[in-house]
Design a protein around this ligand. Structure first.
Ligand SMILES: Cc1ncc(COP(=O)(O)O)c(C=O)c1O
Length: 434
């Protein structure tokens, strides 16, 4: 299922999430509207931590905040004991504003600026994930100026090709990310000579929206073998193995997605087997899920404004949002499911084949193409599901359209966590020349 865990149909035949009527939410807060179900978010955090720790107690879960960075969400994440992965100064700033524990921050990025590295050192982030040797040099210098030691992991390219959309693959040989596997020993040697950086572990990330567990098991093999090589060739213990994120979620409701429990069991078993086989000191295991923590907690509500039927060709349903609040379909042909929120469970309601198009000036601004949807009328509320990850965080102001608000839902309460933008917000940076 791709709906939040609290989703149900209420007496009025409306979709309800977190005890709130989504049709009422659309009226109260306007559309488009991002909604987040707090119960689903908390449940996912707990499921990850408990599933992994049941098999391998020394596991730490870190939320990849690129999937959804906003203070209220990070506060929930932090309160669940989950760390935060940031990949820019802006994401770090957001985590600080949310009062997240700095020791639980993992700082990523393949070309962090000097200013960003300094911010990270000054903030005392727990780990900096160093992507390349140029960054190592810069970081040592910056940490030296600050007279602070920093714990680092090296991001390594494990050369694993996960089966997912090419544009969101990051772990294959031809990638801008990370140090090539054959160069990692030398990188550790260089780090060991530095005064202000302490090498503590290795990281890799093999891609996103992955449904097979095998590539992750192969990643465990590569990281363990690398840890063994580092130990044998440099006498340096690898204390942390960070597998990155990447577990897929259901967008359509019928994909075969591995459960967190199965994922955790297989990863931990593989890790323990390799540790034993290679006589490795047991490292701490780190996971960095993004999508699989927040994706299914989010739903976007739109109002249908126009219906255009081209007989024998296509029927378009036009919504008041689109590619600016959800750029994933136009970027990499991502697929979504939608429900008519105000006719949620009309079992005998006729269905028809439609294409849901956005309001932006691009023909490709289509959120769902050729899907079966209950017969809709102008004014109906459309709920597009699984929009919690990489929707708000990738949103733009294309056509100078204001970005939607986001509300958090919990036990019948709805509170705004991101305010809707207004015209002043979107022109705030314009230098008006008279
Ligand atoms: C280094 C790193 N960690 C974690 C993630 C999160 O991936 P996902 O949202 O697929 O779990 C990403 C995503 O790009 C990433 O680059």
């Amino acid at each position: 299922m791709n709906l939040p865990i609290t989703a149900r149909v209420n007496k009025m035949n409306h979709l309800e999430i977190g005890g709130c009527d989504t049709v009422g939410l659309a009226k109260e807060f306007g559309t488009p509207l991002y909604v987040m179900d707090e119960a689903t978010l908390r449940e996912k955090c707990r499921e990850y931590a408990q599933s992994f720790r049941a098999h391998y107690p020394d596991t730490r879960i870190v939320f990849a905040s690129k999937a959804l960075s906003c203070t209220a969400v990070l506060k929930v994440i932090d309160s669940e004991g989950v760390g935060v992965d940031v990949s820019s100064g802006g994401e770090l700033y957001t985590a600080r504003l949310a009062a997240c524990g700095m020791k639980n921050i993992y700082y990523h990025g393949n070309n962090k600026s000097r200013a960003e590295l300094k911010e990270a050192v000054d903030a005392g982030v727990g780990r900096i994930v160093v992507d390349n040797l140029a960054e190592l040099e810069r970081l040592d210098e910056i940490a030296g100026h600050a007279k602070k030691e920093v714990d680092i992991l090296f991001r390594m390219n494990p050369g694993i090709e996960a089966h997912t959309h090419e544009f969101i693959q990051t772990g294959k040989i031809d990638s801008k990310f990370g140090i090539q596997r054959q160069d990692i020993i030398e990188a550790v040697r260089v780090a060991n000579e530095k005064k202000y950086v302490n090498f503590v572990g290795i990281h890799s990330h093999i891609g996103s929206q992955i449904f097979d567990i095998e590539p992750f098991e192969a990643e465990v093999d590569v990281l363990c073998q690398t840890a063994k090589d580092i130990l044998d060739q440099t006498r340096t213990e690898v204390m942390e193995l960070n597998l990155g994120g990447g577990l897929g979620i259901s967008y359509l409701g019928d994909e075969k997605v591995p459960g967190t429990g199965e994922f955790a069991e297989r990863i931990c078993k593989r890790l323990m087997a390799r540790i034993k086989e290679l006589s490795l000191p047991a490292p701490r295991l780190i996971l960095e899920p993004g999508r699989s923590l927040v994706g299914n907690a989010g739903v976007t509500l739109y109002e249908i404004g126009v219906i255009k039927d081209i007989p024998g060709v296509r029927k378009y349903i036009m919504i008041d949002g689109g590619m600016a609040d959800n750029p994933r379909p136009i970027l990499y042909d991502a697929k979504y499911a939608a429900y008519v929120a105000n006719k949620f469970n009309e079992d005998n309601g006729a269905k028809e084949r439609v294409t849901v198009a956005g309001r932006f000036c691009e023909s490709g601004d289509v959120i769902l193409r050729d899907v079966e949807l209950k017969k809709v009328e102008v004014g109906d509320v459309l709920a597009v599901t699984a929009t919690g990850a990489y929707n708000y965080s990738m949103a733009s102001n294309y056509n100078r359209v204001c970005r939607p608000a986001m509300v958090m839902l919990n036990q019948g309460q709805a509170y705004e966590i991101i305010r809707r933008e207004n015209y002043e917000d979107i022109t705030r940076m314009d230098v008006v020349i008279s």
